[in-house]
Design a protein around this ligand. Structure first.
Ligand code: SF4
Ligand code: SF4
Length: 85
């Protein structure tokens, strides 16, 4: 995330990290999770799932555990958990 200025308390803020889990065979390839992830953590896989869709794959370690992909997914096919638990 780009700030127009660095917040004065930026050293004190602990950035959360998440691990993303994808249940590939539930995915219908809509791409919402890929398009709207604020950290651009996901891309379409080149592989097909059992339904014939390309599920997302994790391409970055910058997941913030914000759960936004989880909220958007119409198939309950993706979720994140905190990396430090
Ligand atoms: S939890 Fe947030 S940052 Fe992590 S992959 Fe989902 S939308 Fe992106
Ligand atoms: S939002 Fe869900 S169904 Fe859509 S591409 Fe992502 S994991 Fe697949």
């Amino acid at each position: 995330m780009d700030f127009w200025r660095v917040p004065l308390d930026s050293d004190e803020i602990k950035v959360t990290r998440g691990i993303v889990y994808i249940i590939e065979d539930r995915c219908k390839g809509c791409g919402y999770c890929i398009e709207y992830c604020p950290q651009k953590v996901l891309e379409f896989s080149t592989e097909f799932n059992v339904k014939g869709y390309h599920p997302p794959v994790v391409v970055s370690e910058n997941c913030l555990d914000c759960h936004y992909c989880e909220l958007l997914c119409p198939e309950f096919a993706i979720f994140s958990v905190a990396a430090d638990t």
